[in-house]
Design a protein around this ligand. Structure first.
Ligand SMILES: C[S@@+](CC[C@H](N)C(=O)[O-])C[C@H]1O[C@@H](n2cnc3c(N)ncnc32)[C@H](O)[C@@H]1O
Length: 320
């Protein structure tokens, strides 16, 4: 595990929308380093948090760091789209109508990115694993060994916005005829050569390939679609659902799901447009740069968020 701590993004916005209240129960679907959960527990000393993460080692380490909150924090290792079943099996009761707020802060934590054994970074040599829940499912190396050139090109384009998707897919398939692609630096090198090593903006040429591959290996879009079809009914009336995405494809799924639930009369949109971090946060935490937050509230009952109206009016809202 690397040294870096995970710095939670858009903390004031998240707390504003969740508005933790005495006796409230909050579900953190992406517990990660426990950053947001800690803030919720500290902000309201009489509330409880259930933390979910598919990554057992991150979850266990973060839960130890939050031990001071005792029984106010419970954790469940599970993919978030299977969390209701996993929680019921571990005695936490039904998720239906159970929470005053639900948070999902998608993607990877810095703890995972910096862990040299996970193969998530093109800057460190490691086995090309990329699974968030190690030990479950296919590794990125396994996936690259069997995926068709067409499927690979499509996903590099769709999940990575990679304009050189075809050239990269061709290079990978050609290379595996001689030897499998097993390590991060082998893949990074292949991508650099396939793209002529040109920087795309200021990012490394392999950035988009690594992102797309990670999203595919972990079925990130599929998990998100499935959890967003369940999460509204986990809220009590007036409870807030807050989702932070870091990828335009994910944000489209969030936007579409929240609108569908609003059209069905289950949720009411709290943010009509996406909310992004302010310049000061981006300056101190560059990872927050691409964060896109949307919030909605379960229809019925009093609004959970005290400052919602003020926040949505004041924030710099962009990108519809
Ligand atoms: C950006 S981090 C969350 C950081 C956290 N909010 C904090 O402040 O420390 C995302 C976390 O979500 C987890 N995760 C991603 N997709 C998941 C899924 N489908 N089910 C459960 N956990 C998931 C990852 O393992 C990672 O730990």
């Amino acid at each position: 595990m690397g040294e870096t701590r995970h710095v939670p993004v858009m903390v004031e916005e998240v707390l504003g929308f969740l508005a933790p209240r005495p006796g409230g129960r909050y579900l953190d679907l992406t517990f990660g380093g426990g950053g947001h959960a800690r803030e919720v527990l500290a902000r309201e000393p009489r509330c409880q948090v259930v933390g979910v993460d598919r990554d057992g080692s991150t979850l266990a380490a973060a839960a130890r760091e939050l031990a001071q909150f005792g029984a106010r924090l419970s954790t469940v290792q599970s993919r978030f789209d299977q969390a209701a079943v996993a929680a019921a099996a571990s005695g936490l009761g039904s998720f239906d109508d159970a929470f005053d707020g639900v948070l999902a802060d998608l993607g990877l934590s810095s703890l995972q990115l910096d862990d040299p054994e996970r193969g998530l970074s093109f800057e460190r040599d490691a086995v090309l694993d990329m699974r968030m829940d190690r030990g479950v499912g296919e590794t990125a190396a396994g996936f690259l060994g069997r995926v068709s050139e067409q499927e690979l090109a499509d996903l590099l384009f769709r999940l990575g916005d990679e304009s050189r998707a075809r050239a990269i897919a061709r290079a990978i398939v050609e290379r595996r005829r001689h030897a499998p692609v097993r390590r991060t630096l082998e893949l990074a090198d292949l991508v650099v050569r396939a793209t002529g090593g040109r920087l795309q903006g200021r990012i490394h040429p392999a950035t988009r390939t690594f992102q797309a591959l990670r999203m595919a290996v972990n079925d990130e879009i599929g998990c998100l679609e499935r959890v967003l079809s369940q999460a509204p009914r986990w809220l009590k009336a007036g409870g807030a659902l807050v989702v932070i995405a870091f990828h335009s494809g994910e944000d489209r799924v969030v936007k579409r799901s929240l609108r569908a639930a609003a059209d069905a009369g289950v949720l009411e949109l709290v943010t009509r447009k996406v909310v992004e971090p302010g310049a000061a946060e981006v300056a101190t935490n560059p990872r927050s740069r691409s964060a896109k937050l949307r919030a909605a509230r379960r229809v019925g009952g009093e609004p959970a968020a005290r400052r919602t109206g003020a926040m949505t009016d004041e924030r710099d809202e962009t990108n519809g």
